[in-house]
Design a protein around this ligand. Structure first.
Ligand SMILES: *Cc1c(COP(=O)(O)O)cnc(C)c1O
Length: 467
């Protein structure tokens, strides 16, 4: 038995993996990873995989990055953790100062949580609570876009629109307003991204005009709807949304958990619209992909609505045990230093251009409806019929064939349904990008040519699922 197999057997005897139909592993090998270095992961049999999806979008400067490692080690020797209520520490103060300086003007306060979904819960609760404190009790509901994803906890799920999850857990969810997404994949032929995004805003305007008295906040994934299939839209939508939220006195929550820290080509996606949201939620790449942490930035206006004598009961009495963990803060500080020292945002332009060039030929593929890109995120949408953009039935799990082919070739590509995408660490080389494009092309040829694979009888697909 290979060492991989040994670890796999031990794993499958005791673990339950996230977002996985565990029965798939009767046929699909689980890959135990022994080590990582830069963009590469290595398993226990010595096989290497190029991490094209940054391990679920978190890793920006490679695995086992020496600079981040050193910073965490240094922190480890002085303080591993202390509770953040009533206490504080150097890394959390320094990180908060840096985040306030780095984000658009008007975001002056940082509240921490310990993962992205919890960060979303913080923003939703703060917005709701703000309106109560302001004497506007009627403002209790949230507006969200179709095809959006904001995490897995119950309120975060409520503001998402992943049909599979919404259906199963519907009795548990908050009642939200769902507005059609400006998703430019769905734009009519000959219409530009900007025109389409602008046109689609009419739906949002109508919902806000009719219901603003009941609405606390609008929550969006700026520019890229990630888990919904890397669907993209134009920054004009965010600009119009900011103006409308101001007009109707509604908060704007930007979930930049996936797109923050350079993914869209700017440090934060909201910069491309020239706006400041009322809440900016960050996680994933915040710690360079090392440790779980989320930061929720908000305005002084929001902060002041909670600032009062204790007996008024206006305080935000919300906590997560590991809030502001010093090791996570140290990883985040090291990550921000690399952004600054290495001129990352500027250098990424060449990498983004290389991703475009390396995949341009796929636009002509008979089963590719679109190759789309925003900065360092590139997606290729496989379809059953190109002219009508008819999707493959989810039961066919075409993406899974790409996933399996890529693994055999030494790449970790984990399609979202039929959407193959690259979201690589920023330390990838141009040659490695070309390699990924070759593997993706081969995989797409294979997946769209062949009949349905043996795993096709599995459960309904979920958005993190390669199938
Ligand atoms: C990943 C993600 C989340 C949830 O973050 P977790 O850390 O997995 O809870 C929320 N919103 C977006 C846009 C995400 O991509």
């Amino acid at each position: 038995m290979s060492r991989n197999q040994q670890w796999m057997e031990r794993d499958l005897a005791v673990l339950w993996h996230p977002c996985t139909q565990m029965k798939d592993h009767e046929q699909l090998p689980l890959i135990p990873i022994r080590s990582g270095s830069g963009v590469w992961l290595e398993d226990f049999d010595g096989r290497r995989y190029l991490d094209a999806v940054s391990s679920w979008w978190v890793n920006v400067f490679g695995h086992a990055n020496p600079r981040i490692n050193a910073r965490i080690r240094q922190q480890l020797d002085s303080l591993e953790h202390v509770m953040l209520a009533g206490f504080s520490h150097q890394p959390v103060i320094e990180l908060s100062e840096r985040l306030v300086a780095l984000t658009p003007p008007g975001l002056d306060r940082v509240f921490y949580a310990d993962n992205g979904s919890s960060g979303i819960e913080v923003a939703l609760k703060m917005s709701f609570h703000y309106w109560r404190n302001a004497g506007r009790d009627g403002k209790q509901r949230f507006v969200t876009l179709t095809n959006s994803y904001h995490g897995e906890t119950v309120a975060a799920m409520s503001v998402g629109d992943v049909a599979l999850f919404t259906d199963t857990y519907k009795p548990l969810l908050l009642d939200t307003f769902k507005v059609p997404s400006p998703d430019c994949y769905l734009r009519p032929e000959g219409v530009s991204w900007e025109e389409h995004s602008r046109t689609m805003f009419a739906h949002m305007e109508r919902t806000l005009a009719e219901h603003h008295a009941e609405i606390a906040a609008v929550i969006v994934e700026p520019l890229i709807q990630g888990a919904g299939g890397m669907r993209m839209y134009h920054p004009i939508y965010l600009k119009l949304l900011r103006e409308a939220c101001d007009r109707y006195q509604v908060h704007l929550i930007h979930d930049e958990i996936a797109v923050g820290f350079g993914r869209t080509g700017t440090m934060f996606a909201c910069e491309q619209a020239g706006i400041t949201p009322d809440f900016l939620v960050l996680s994933k790449a915040l710690t360079g992909g090392y440790l779980p942490m989320a930061a929720v930035l908000t305005s002084d206006d929001v902060y002041q609505a909670f600032y009062a004598d204790y007996a008024t009961l206006r305080a935000f009495l919300h906590s997560h045990t590991y809030t502001g963990n010093p090791l996570a803060c140290a990883a985040a500080l090291a990550t921000l230093e690399i952004f600054e020292q290495d001129n990352v945002i500027e250098n990424n332009k060449a990498l983004a251009a290389r991703m475009a060039r390396a995949t341009a030929h796929l636009a002509d593929h008979p089963h590719v409806a679109e190759v789309r890109q925003t900065g360092m995120a590139l997606a290729i949408e496989m379809v059953a019929d190109k002219a009508s953009k008819t999707p493959y039935p989810w039961q066919e799990r075409r993406g899974l064939a790409v996933y399996q082919h890529a693994l055999a070739r030494g790449a970790l590509l984990r399609p979202l349904g039929s959407v193959v995408y690259f979201l690589p660490p920023y330390v990838i080389s141009e040659e490695e990008i070309d390699f990924l494009a070759t593997v993706a092309s081969e995989g797409i040829d294979l997946a769209t040519r062949e009949a349905v694979g043996p795993l096709a009888t599995g459960g309904p697909r979920s958005f993190h699922d390669p199938g």
